[in-house]
Design a protein around this ligand. Structure first.
Ligand code: 5RP
Length: 242
């Protein structure tokens, strides 16, 4: 088989347990690299949660002087429940390092975030950060982002107009719903519309067009933001942005 085909086979045959193990491996590897005396952005999602727990252990055991900023209400709650030292994002103007998960990442380290609906706060903290490290399991790493789902956060007022625009433009939009059937609202009370990235998409152009459409608050394309990708595995892979 071609290498790409083998990659697909190995990704689709991974069990849920194997994927969880890789998430934890990536998170623990990242936590071990965090330097002392920094302001640290805490990402959102299940992989980021492994990281939060691992860095909390180091802070407590080693008595580290690390102040944290959360990227979602969920992460804030987790960090507070662990008694971590938290800062209000409005009281700082920069973050030294943010460690976050991702939904899909390509070989240029461009990626998609927002599977956990936290893309707006995540992008805010990421753009304030001197360095962004993403931690993922191996199923998230792709040659291209074409065909992947991309969340677009819209204000409820006029969200239907954005949906129509995305539909007419051929992006196959779908509003995101919660498991109980209600429409999902983000931490800012907005709606999410998931679109599909076309095969021939120019990512920079797509990001620009989405951002400039009235009613769109943010989108989950994170271009030129991730500085280092850590992929879990028995041998952890570390890839720096080219
Ligand atoms: C939340 C995110 C998450 O980082 C992303 O969805 C990955 O989540 P998980 O680690 O649970 O797979 O962007 O908005």
């Amino acid at each position: 088989y071609e290498k790409d085909v083998l990659d697909v086979i190995s990704k689709t045959s991974k069990t849920k347990e194997a994927i969880e193990k890789e998430k934890k491996q990536a998170a623990e590897y990242a936590a071990a690299q965090v330097p002392n005396h920094i302001v640290l952005g805490l990402g959102s999602g299940s992989t980021a949660a492994y990281f939060v727990k691992a860095i909390n252990e180091r802070i407590k055991k080693e008595g580290l002087d690390i102040q944290c900023v959360a990227t979602s209400v969920g992460t804030e709650k987790l960090a507070e429940s662990l008694g971590m030292p938290m800062l209000d994002v409005n009281t700082i103007d920069r973050v030294d390092l943010t460690v976050d998960g991702a939904d899909a990442v390509d070989d240029k380290l461009n990626g998609i975030k927002g599977g956990g609906a936290a893309l707006l706060f995540e992008k805010l903290v990421a753009t304030m950060s001197d360095k962004n490290i993403w931690i993922v399991d191996s199923t998230k790493y792709h040659k291209t982002l074409a065909g992947q789902k991309l969340p677009v956060e819209v204000i409820p007022f006029g969200g239907m107009g954005v949906f129509r625009y995305l539909n007419e433009a051929g992006y196959k939009p779908e509003f995101r719903f919660r498991d109980d059937g209600d429409i999902l609202q983000t931490d800012s009370g907005n709606y999410l519309i998931d679109i599909t990235i076309p095969d021939d998409a120019d990512l920079a152009k797509l990001a620009h067009n989405l951002k400039n459409y009235t009613g769109v608050v943010e989108h989950g394309l994170f271009l030129n933001i991730c500085d280092q990708l850590i992929i879990g595995g028995d041998k952890v892979r570390v890839i720096d942005r080219p």
